[in-house]
Design a protein around this ligand. Structure first.
Ligand SMILES: NC(=O)c1ccc[n+]([C@@H]2O[C@H](COP(=O)([O-])OP(=O)(O)OC[C@H]3O[C@@H](n4cnc5c(N)ncnc54)[C@H](O)[C@@H]3O)[C@@H](O)[C@H]2O)c1
Length: 247
């Protein structure tokens, strides 16, 4: 496939799960280089080796995306090495679930900074260059939890915040040939959901017409669409990819 020919992409949280599937799909669709960022260096290097055994197109870089100074430094190095970033996929995220009356400030702060402030950090690092090159595709991984979920006030707030950011940025950048879109996955089979209590998974599946969990590749294909010129007139959208769980 060549729909991403010559494109340079950066994917956060790329060591496993949906992020690793996104890297794989962008490579399959022809991206020239995919910079894979993750806080977990060991896992990231393993994933990069599996996805690109020759080490030609995947560039793994350890980065804590919640740390603004580190993000600025990493993106400076990316621009020095590759000269441009065409596609930014803000995928990294965490959960720290608790009922709100038991939620600690640490659980609130860590989720907001890793899921939401990180998107500010990474978008800030690319947006001026994207404006100059008059081209850019930003894709943000939100969640169906943005519409509310018990035990996830912190996570829902971060993922709903991401949708607001997506729409405002899309309005600001639309006339510079930059699109900003979000995806709201439902339940997807990754490390993040494997530790979920079984009764909660069963309940979620009962409410899902597809009656199954999704695969990371089913999110990656939509990311690739939003990262390509096939979606050139799609801007400020949040596409639910959840087997009909929310409609
Ligand atoms: N799995 C699901 O059911 C589901 C549903 C809706 C939305 N999402 C969202 O999709 C995205 C990917 O989820 P996943 O299921 O693949 O998660 P995952 O836990 O399997 O992977 C997340 C990756 O992010 C990395 N990461 C965490 N903190 C980081 C930081 N500070 N800096 C850099 N990297 C960091 C982790 O090391 C990990 O490799 C997340 O934003 C998640 O909220 C997932």
């Amino acid at each position: 496939m060549t729909k991403l020919l010559n494109r340079v992409a950066v994917v956060t949280g790329a060591a496993q799960g949906i992020g690793a599937a996104i890297v794989k799909r962008l490579l399959e669709d022809g991206a020239a280089s995919v910079v894979a960022l993750d806080i977990n260096q060991e896992l990231l290097e393993q994933a990069a080796e599996e996805l690109d055994p020759m080490g030609e197109r995947v560039i793994p870089i350890k980065c804590n995306i919640a740390d603004r100074v580190e993000v600025t430094d990493v993106f400076r190095k990316i621009y020095e090495r590759l000269s441009k970033v065409d596609i930014l996929v803000n995928n990294a995220g965490i959960t720290r679930d608790a009922m709100f009356h038991k939620m600690t400030p640490e659980q609130w702060d860590s989720v907001i900074s890793i899921n939401l402030t990180s998107v500010y950090n990474c978008c800030q690092a690319v947006v001026n260059e994207m404006r100059k090159q008059k081209y850019g595709k930003i894709v943000n991984l939100s969640s169906t939890s943005a519409w509310g979920n018990i035990g996830q006030v912190n996570y829902s707030a971060s993922k709903a915040g991401m949708i607001g950011m997506t729409k405002s940025l899309a309005k600001e950048l639309g006339n510079k040939n930059i699109t900003v879109n979000a995806i709201a996955p439902g339940l997807i089979d990754t490390e993040m959901t494997r530790s979920m209590p079984e009764h909660l998974k069963t309940m979620a599946l009962m409410l899902c017409p597809a009656a199954r969990v999704g695969n990371p590749s089913e999110i990656a294909s939509v990311v690739s669409f939003l990262a390509s010129d096939d979606s050139s007139f799609v801007n400020g959208e949040c596409i639910k990819v959840c087997g009909g769980f929310l409609m």
